[in-house]
Write a protein that binds this ligand. Structure first.
Ligand SMILES: Cc1ncc(COP(=O)(O)O)c(C=O)c1O
Length: 463
């Protein structure tokens, strides 16, 4: 079994007992949420920190806080979808800028080209622990009178040219879900060095009885903060371990000329999150499907590699093309206030379209010994592909059955899929069904994705 690096111990338990004994589990003056915000400001070097129940809800509040709404556009990068989703929730149109081929982070030149009269902000993701070129993006934002927003969900204590990311833009957001550098169950933090934005954001996430303008209650609990204050001090140690583990992976791919390494921009550090390389084997006669199957065959100790990530940039997904919220009225694209033209055509972001389906990813947030095993598996898979011994790429009959069931019932849980298989006299343990469904997140063109807690959705990306 993989060994967790993260450690929750006596101090977290003591704090949680203090919350229970105190009897007030919600935000109150002098409680853990206040402490977490102050500690976070100090640790990240920011003037203000604002705690929320998740990063996503803090992100929902951002368009309103910067004065963006119907008819406006925000420029996003298309590898992950979170900021684009936050835009749609705020009735703002996400416009997609391309990424750089060497690190899959927003390309400042592409972002600048996408600016129109309607643009209110550039919203950049520090994808998988590498910093985007936020100095250039900030210069572009300032030149055009725009906000720069940073999604730092994968980027705790990530240095770029002497300053932690999250501080380069007007607002940065961090996630504390259990897949992140700092895990409190659920939770998020926004940072800003701007007093007005601090006020604007804060009033949108906490309103009490009657707000001065549209707001919500997106508050953190004292339980999350009680754990967060302790974890915040531990995260730099975790990151040091992840950096050690990253070295093994770097060594494993160093000599392989057909796996393209990911490079941080000049002046940027790395807070390892996901380890990724790009498959470039076709020129040598190697197929991506062969690599996918070789990785499956060479797995050790349950460590998983994903191939192709989401397979397509965000704007190729149905809900971005045909937004179905707000009673299926087509908001925000069909809004009478929106005067822009959208480009969802092939080639809209050529680098992202080329790179995403070729991505080979695995979590870097593992112990150095686990990363050593992953590195060995990756080396073995490379050898298997080069020797022509990788199994052929096709859906097995069981995978096809599962894909069909999810297509018919989505969103659906693995337990329901197992029961449906049993009705067809295919009896499989839940763990095996779940494992196959996880693997089917990396296939093409028919694939699955996570769709809420313990549920999966179906996508046919050939359609
Ligand atoms: C890049 C990115 N942004 C935002 C979020 C949302 O974070 P949360 O789960 O705290 O809402 C995530 C979560 O996985 C993420 O990976």
């Amino acid at each position: 079994m993989p060994k967790p690096v993260r450690h929750y111990g006596a101090e977290e338990k003591r704090n949680l007992c203090k919350v229970i004994d105190g009897g007030n589990f919600a935000h109150h003056r002098g409680g853990f949420i206040d402490q977490f915000e102050r500690d976070f400001e100090k640790a990240l070097g920011a003037r203000h920190a604002i705690a929320g129940s998740t990063a996503m809800v803090l992100m929902h509040a951002i368009p309103g806080a910067i004065g963006a709404g119907a008819g406006d556009e925000i420029i996003c990068d298309p590898v992950v979808q979170f900021h684009g989703i936050a835009c749609l929730h705020g009735n703002v149109v996400p416009v997609w800028a391309d990424v750089r081929p060497d690190n899959f982070l927003m390309d400042p030149a592409s972002a600048e080209k996408k600016i129109t009269r309607r643009t209110k902000a550039i919203w950049v993701t520090h994808l998988w622990g590498f910093p985007a070129e936020v100095d250039k993006l900030r210069r572009i934002a300032d030149k055009h009178g725009l906000y720069l927003i940073e999604d730092c969900a994968h980027a705790m204590f990530l240095d770029y040219k002497g300053k932690y990311v999250g501080n380069w833009g007007h607002i940065g957001t961090f996630s504390f879900n259990m897949g992140k550098h700092l895990g409190t169950g659920e939770g998020g933090m926004a940072i800003t060095n701007d007093d007005t934005l601090d006020r604007e954001l804060r009033k949108r996430i906490i309103f009490g009885e009657s707000p001065p303008e549209l707001a919500s209650n997106y508050r953190m609990t004292e339980f999350a903060a009680a754990v967060g204050v302790v974890q915040l001090r531990k995260v730099p140690r975790y990151i040091a371990k992840y950096r050690e583990g990253k070295k093994y992976m770097d060594e494993a791919v160093e000599r392989c000329e057909w796996l393209q390494k990911r490079l941080p921009p000049k002046g940027g550090g790395v807070s390892p999150y996901m380890y990724s390389v790009v498959f470039r084997g076709e020129g040598r006669g190697y197929a991506l499907g062969a690599m996918r199957n070789a990785l499956k065959a060479c797995r050790r100790n349950g460590h998983r590699f994903g191939v192709g990530f989401t397979q397509r940039p965000a704007y190729k997904y149905e809900f971005f093309r045909v937004p179905n919220a707000y009673g299926h009225k087509g908001c925000p694209y069909g809004c009478h206030l929106y005067k822009g033209k959208l480009d969802f055509s092939d080639g809209a972001c050529p680098v992202a379209e080329d790179v995403i389906p070729r991505l080979i990813n695995t979590s870097n947030m593992c112990s150095p010994s686990d990363m050593r095993e992953k590195a060995r598996a990756l080396r073995d898979a490379v050898k298997m592909v080069e020797s022509g011994a990788a199994p052929a790429d096709a859906y097995t009959p069981l995978e096809t059955q599962i894909l069909d069931i999810v297509a018919a019932l989505q969103p659906v849980s693995p337990a329901v899929v197992r029961d449906r298989l049993a009705r067809k006299r295919i009896h499989k343990p839940l763990a095996e069904v779940l494992e196959i469904m996880e693997q089917l997140r990396s296939t093409f063109p028919r694939k699955l994705s996570h769709a809420g807690p313990e549920h999966f959705a179906y996508h046919d990306l050939a359609r």
